[in-house]
Design a protein around this ligand. Structure first.
Ligand SMILES: [Zn+2]
Ligand SMILES: [Zn+2]
Length: 352
């Protein structure tokens, strides 16, 4: 018998989110049932709730930075037991047969077979879409559930599941480490984690921000230097010196100034998804210096676990503002003004 859960949902693209009751599947042999304690608030939640990206099905229950306590495990589950702290990120299933899935890169599933944590067709409850973490419980196959180191503050660890892995993965893939100069563009939910990770990996870390008010915070978070990207002189002083720049800004903007900061063979990685395209970059800027512009999407399950374990070893969590479920609509408005340091996390117990 499917079970019910309390949730907060968007019912259309304009009205505020409000309380509802949703159906969760009865746990199968490989399923883990989790009582959700905390859920981070990602920009994707807002975009989806308000139909700013195509394809939102209502009611829509967002949330893909989920952390909670295991309350039930199926007979065939081996990695989890009741009482464990567990987490769920942006994906809850994938095709599991393509080359990407077999390589543990489920986010690049070649069959477009991955099931997102919310607003994807639900394989188990036909006719329904998946519902995310703005809810009291979730049921997920154990292969898509992550272990959370006991040393981490659970509320502040929740946003590691999207904001954390989205910056960890490109920094790892493109080799951020000692002897490398790494830039992080933007100091929001993603950017502040990018700074923490690049610093923890031992790279010379430079934060680019448009806001002079963020200089001190950037340094506190681990940046060796903070550059105001609107200041052409400060930008020129950094020309041709970066191995890697991870750009977290989701608003369309001119990429050429950042390409100009790369060394020969350097890479500018885009992790923000703008609703409108960026202006086309100058080809000249790329061919003189064999430079690359690349993209990166969250991380696969093995790398997400690696990231959580790394955070456990190094004491890394997100800087958060804990909110009640009923404050979510205000939180969306503040997020639009970048008025959050640096991630809202919902205390799901406030909904019970
Ligand atoms: Zn997200
Ligand atoms: Zn696949």
């Amino acid at each position: 018998m499917p079970t019910t859960a309390s949730a907060y949902a968007a019912f259309d693209k304009t009205t505020p989110l409000g309380p509802t009751t949703i159906t969760r599947r009865d746990p199968g042999p490989t399923d883990v049932q989790i009582d959700i304690r905390y859920c981070g608030v990602c920009h994707s939640d807002l975009h989806t709730a308000r139909s700013e990206w195509p394809g939102t099905v209502y009611p829509c229950v967002p949330g893909h930075e989920i952390l909670g306590t295991v309350t039930f495990v199926g007979d065939a589950v081996t990695k989890f037991k009741v009482g464990d702290t567990a987490a769920v990120g942006c994906l809850v299933d994938s095709c599991r047969t393509c080359d990407s899935c077999k390589a543990g890169l489920e986010q690049y599933c070649l069959n477009f077979g991955f099931t997102m944590t919310y607003n994807s067709p639900d394989k188990h409850l036909p006719g329904q879409v998946t519902y995310g973490g703005y809810s009291s419980s979730i049921t997920v196959t154990e292969d898509f559930v992550l272990k959370v180191p006991a040393t981490l503050d659970p509320a502040a660890a929740a946003p590691l599941l999207c904001a954390g892995i989205t910056t960890y993965s490109p920094l790892r893939h493109w080799g951020a480490g000692p002897g490398k100069k790494v830039g992080i563009v933007g100091l929001g939910g993603l950017g502040h984690m990018g700074v923490k990770f690049a610093h923890a990996f031992g790279a010379h870390t430079v934060l680019f921000t448009t806001s002079a008010g963020k200089v001190e915070d950037g340094k506190r978070l681990g940046a060796d230097e903070v550059v105001i990207s609107r200041d052409p002189e400060a930008m020129n002083a950094q020309a041709g010196s970066f191995d890697l720049i991870v750009n977290t800004v989701a608003a369309p903007h001119d990429l050429d100034p950042f390409v100009g900061l790369l060394k020969r063979d350097g890479t500018l990685v885009l992790v923000g998804a703008p609703a409108e395209p960026h202006p086309s970059p100058s080809v000249m800027g790329m061919i003189f210096g064999r430079k690359s512009i690349a993209g990166s999407l969250i991380g696969g399950l093995p790398e997400t676990q690696e990231m959580l374990d790394f955070c456990g070893q190094h004491g890394i969590v997100c800087d958060i503002e804990l909110i009640q479920m009923s404050q979510i609509n205000d939180a969306y408005e503040r997020m639009l003004k970048s008025d959050v340091k640096y991630r809202f996390v919902i205390d799901i117990s406030s909904m019970r």
